[in-house]
Write a protein that binds this ligand. Structure first.
Ligand code: GLY
Length: 448
């Protein structure tokens, strides 16, 4: 589709499911409201877990929304064409209402119908769960796909590692899914290239999860009280793919950020286009500042624990990559302003908390810039003397110079030397334990 941008995709999606009697619910906050076991909302289904388990939802049994999500597991992949820390996810849910038949038929209609996305059927593929000891082979979904017109040779049966979703954490609602792939028409990587292959020829556009199981603490899958549907479609990735863009950073919600970064560095894109190292740094900055701005909008401050530590890591890594691009002046707040401007209509919380966002960004950047050059010097000496960074040294870089482990690891990778990340984690835990004991002692003294 030529004129597809994120606003259009979101509007079409919500309209389509409203027509199918779904209620639009607002995005839940990034900071989970009821679940202390995870730091951030990672998927649209996450805030709905109690309702997937059987609790009644006040808006009914058919829901649809655009959910802001944050995932940090892939932090070292950021900078490639498709991974993002913060992204918006489109989702529709059946809470014990419709199941596989309606779900697959509606997905097919939304993707292929001329009034909606009008994707050519020749470019679509489907995968279904191959079955194992926990759940049967999903012949039901495969038949529905055949019935709607998907050629049988474009339906693949894949194992749990590909076609199963959830739970979030170790326990909770989960189930087999069917995934819909779009052929990007890139060259196949080999004779076995097919949907699910990591080469990128086939792009996963949508997953429909049939959440009918609860994973229990002993690893068993027991049937849930109700059969649910949970679908997920990433906005930025889908817009990029369907518009034939090379990466998510070319989409409308990244464009103003990428332009601002070029403006700050005084760079003409045409001159820099071949410099993939610098392009990667620009992408990392854009991704991290966007994610950090959304975190700060929920009034999280940078710190060395929990959410605050994730925020600190994102902001500091952005500053380190800014240094690679030669940005020596304070810039984070300027970029945060661009994020606020881009998203303020859909997420008013950004503008409501803009003062807080600005002051947090400025103070964290100032703090880190005070130690960054000395830390880089120390890293240079340690790597020259030892040819590696052990756990204690990585912790020293963290404690004395504020280098989160990603920065040390990235610097070491650039030099081709090893970092003992496990050793760092042990030192970090030891230190946190000591601080806790110290705080408890202080508290005991005070309460005496
Ligand atoms: N529907 C699950 C996910 O995409 O995250």
């Amino acid at each position: 589709m030529n004129d597809l941008d994120s606003k259009k995709l979101k509007t079409l999606y919500l309209e389509f499911f409203k027509e199918k009697n779904h209620k639009v619910i607002p995005s839940a906050p990034l900071v989970p409201q009821y679940d202390n076991t995870v730091l951030f909302t990672t998927a649209g289904m996450h805030p709905l877990i109690p309702y997937l388990m059987g609790q009644e939802h006040p808006a009914g049994r058919r829901l649809v929304n655009v959910q802001k999500c944050l995932r940090t597991d892939d932090i070292f992949e950021i900078g490639d064409d498709s991974h993002l820390t913060f992204f918006e996810m489109l989702g529709n849910w059946s809470l014990g209402d419709y199941f596989k038949n309606e779900s697959i038929r509606w997905s097919f209609e939304f993707l292929t119908d001329k009034g909606w996305l009008a994707i050519d059927l020749d470019r679509l593929y489907a995968t279904v769960f191959a079955g194992d000891e926990d759940a049967p082979r999903d012949e039901v979904s495969a038949k529905i796909w055949r019935d709607v017109g998907m050629p049988v040779e474009r339906i693949f049966y894949l194992p749990k590692k590909d076609n199963w979703w959830g739970p979030v954490g170790d326990t909770g609602p989960c189930g087999p899914d069917t995934e819909i792939f779009y052929d990007t028409e890139k060259e196949a990587c080999g004779p076995d290239c097919r949907p699910g292959c990591a080469c990128g020829k086939y792009f996963e556009i949508w997953n429909n999860v049939f959440m009918e199981y609860n994973r229990t603490p002993d690893g068993k899958y027991e049937p849930l009280k109700q059969k649910n549907v949970d679908t997920g479609m990433g906005v930025e990735r889908t817009v990029a793919c369907l518009s034939g863009m090379k990466s998510v950073y070319e989409t409308d919600t990244f464009k103003p950020l990428m332009t601002k970064i070029l403006e700050i560095t005084g760079t003409q894109l045409s001159v820099e286009v071949e410099d993939t190292g610098k392009e990667r740094s620009r992408r990392i900055i854009a991704d991290h500042v966007k994610a950090a701005t959304f975190i700060m909008a929920e009034r999280v401050s940078a710190s060395n624990v929990g959410r605050g530590y994730i925020l600190r890591r994102l902001l500091r890594r952005a500053v380190r990559h800014a240094k690679i691009l030669g940005i020596e002046k304070e810039f984070l707040s300027e970029l945060a302003k661009v994020v606020i401007e881009t998203y303020k209509t859909d997420y008013p919380i950004l503008e409501q908390n803009s003062q807080f966002i600005m002051s947090e960004a400025i103070s964290e950047e100032t703090r880190f810039r005070n130690t960054l050059n000395r830390g880089l010097g120390k890293f240079g000496r340690l790597s020259a003397e030892k040819g590696k960074i052990d756990g204690k040294d990585a912790f020293l870089l963290f404690q004395s110079f504020g280098f989160p482990i990603e920065i040390t690891k990235e610097l070491a990778d650039e030099k081709g030397i090893q970092v003992d990340v496990k050793g760092f984690d042990e030192e970090f835990m030891k230190h946190q334990q000591l601080s806790r004991q110290g705080a408890e002692k202080m508290f005991e003294k005070k309460s005496r």
